[in-house]
Design a protein around this ligand. Structure first.
Ligand code: GYE
Length: 328
């Protein structure tokens, strides 16, 4: 909690803590109306997990922005891609009486109850990265990316590039997640009426291993010659697919073309190396914006309900130029 209470009230705070059983996150601040000096903001951050390079960059950006130096005490939880565990983490933040909660929601659905509980406890919630289907008056603000537009940009590239009949397989992100849903929708609408046929689509859960094993299955089923194009919902799955294609004796980027989303370092390197053919960016550096939103909301300032960070797209030449200066 922000330690606004004068030292004379410290004892009272300590008693309240003992009664409610709240504990401090790391000894430097109390998760209750404890005493002390300073104005530290305790934030519970419910991260999805550590599924991808994008996620690592996002976690680092959040930890840097919500640092002690910036006036925060961050209680970090990564749910290992388990929606129930993530909701439990948010509930525990509510019980700890943190000042604010930030969530990168694994899936879109199922948030109504716990968001209502946070609201009833007067704890503002800021969403970062992914969105939810719950009513937007259950959270203060969201900062993230336009996933549908990302899918659309990838689809537009595919439509322009493949004018002959083309067999495509899709490596989907985590089922029920906003980026998996929206990227699929954006891509599909962009390729409508094109010569691209989606012959299969399966989730690889946004991980390298998932992308690899799903691609192995596709290669077994359709053969190297039966697949012309892979649309991977993120770079990590594309990188897994590259391994599977190479193991099958084919050349990724040449025999089977690949388009993906994120533009993390390893993905961009594969694009430069000609193993991926096109990447739409998804910027993971959302920490500063999320931290500013938390401070504004707690100060009672009005904030935008939605903040969308813009993405670019890269072909091989653009990736070569951009790679040396990429921050993630
Ligand atoms: O594209 C993927 C990560 O939610 C935008 O999650 C994020 C996605 C990102 O695992 O790599």
């Amino acid at each position: 909690m922000r330690k606004r209470i004068l030292s004379g009230f410290a004892l009272l705070g300590a008693v309240a803590l003992a009664v409610t059983g709240c504990s401090s996150s790391d000894g430097s601040s109390d998760a209750g109306n404890g005493g002390g000096s300073g104005d530290v903001i305790t934030v519970g951050f419910a991260q999805t997990g550590s599924e991808s390079g994008w996620r690592s960059a996002n976690t680092e950006s959040m930890k840097t922005a919500f640092s002690k130096d910036n006036g925060f005490d961050l209680v970090f939880n990564a749910a290992d891609n388990d929606p129930a565990a993530q909701i439990a983490a948010v509930r525990s933040f509510i019980n700890q009486k943190v000042d604010a909660i930030v969530i990168a929601p694994i899936v879109e659905d199922g948030w109504d109850d716990v968001l209502k509980e946070a609201k009833d406890a007067n704890i503002p919630v800021i969403l970062e990265d992914r969105t939810v289907t719950a009513s937007d008056d259950l959270y203060a603000s969201w900062v993230g990316l336009d996933f549908k537009l990302e899918g659309q940009k990838a689809g537009e590239w595919a439509k322009e590039t493949f004018t002959d009949p083309t067999k495509m397989v899709v490596l989907e992100g985590t089922t029920g997640s906003a980026p998996a849903n929206d990227r699929a929708e954006g891509f599909d609408s962009a390729i409508a009426g094109s010569s691209i046929e989606k012959i299969d689509s399966q989730t690889g859960d946004f991980t390298r291993d998932g992308g690899k094993s799903v691609m192995e299955g596709f290669l077994q089923k359709y053969g190297v010659d039966g697949i012309d194009l892979v649309f991977a919902h993120n770079d990590d799955m594309a990188l897994g697919a590259i391994e599977a294609i190479e193991a099958a004796g084919a050349k990724p980027g040449t025999d089977i073309k690949i388009v993906s989303i994120d533009a993390v370092h390893d993905g961009m390197q594969a694009l430069v190396d000609g193993k991926i053919n096109y990447i739409v960016e998804c910027n993971p550096l959302l920490g500063e914006k999320a931290a500013a939103l938390v401070k504004d909301v707690l100060a009672g300032n009005s904030v935008d309900k939605r903040t969308i960070v813009e993405d670019q797209a890269f072909d091989q030449a653009a990736a070569e130029k951009a790679l040396p200066d990429r921050k993630y």
